[in-house]
Design a protein. Structure first.
Length: 129
């Protein structure tokens, strides 16, 4: 672990990511998302959360950060297509293998030594028809 602000320890990257995913999951569930898979892997690809929201399948990418860093800068546009394809394959059996629109949401969790985690949801980053 590394020293963070005000002498508190900053969580290691993997534990920060896991903690961020847990915070994001709880946040989304309170807002009506029904989480159906966590850390779903298909080949070399992985999605943090797969969910239903308002009858629509959603792939959720979670980015976490500590201190002054903005977590959304870690999301690369190249991730969008890969995540949407993975989501389409996961949800296809629910739609009898028809092509279905999958939504991609980005959830950022910002941790601070002086306050509760701040969560933001960026909905509909891209749609795959």
């Amino acid at each position: 672990m590394e020293e963070g602000e005000r002498g508190r320890r900053r969580p290691e990257r993997t534990s920060l990511g896991r903690r961020g995913e847990r915070v994001a999951r709880e946040y989304l569930e309170k807002r009506g998302y029904r989480i159906v898979a966590v850390d779903f892997r298909l080949g070399h690809h992985q999605a943090d959360l797969l969910a239903w929201e308002g009858g629509r399948p959603v792939v959720v990418e979670v980015k976490s950060a500590w201190g002054d860093f903005r977590p959304e800068v870690n999301f690369r546009p190249s991730q969008a297509e890969r995540l949407l394809r993975l989501g389409a394959r996961f949800f296809a059996p629910f739609f009898k293998n028809r092509t279905i629109p999958v939504r991609l949401d980005l959830v950022t969790v910002h941790f601070s030594p002086t306050s509760l985690p701040q969560v933001r949801v960026f909905r509909d980053l891209r749609l795959l028809p």
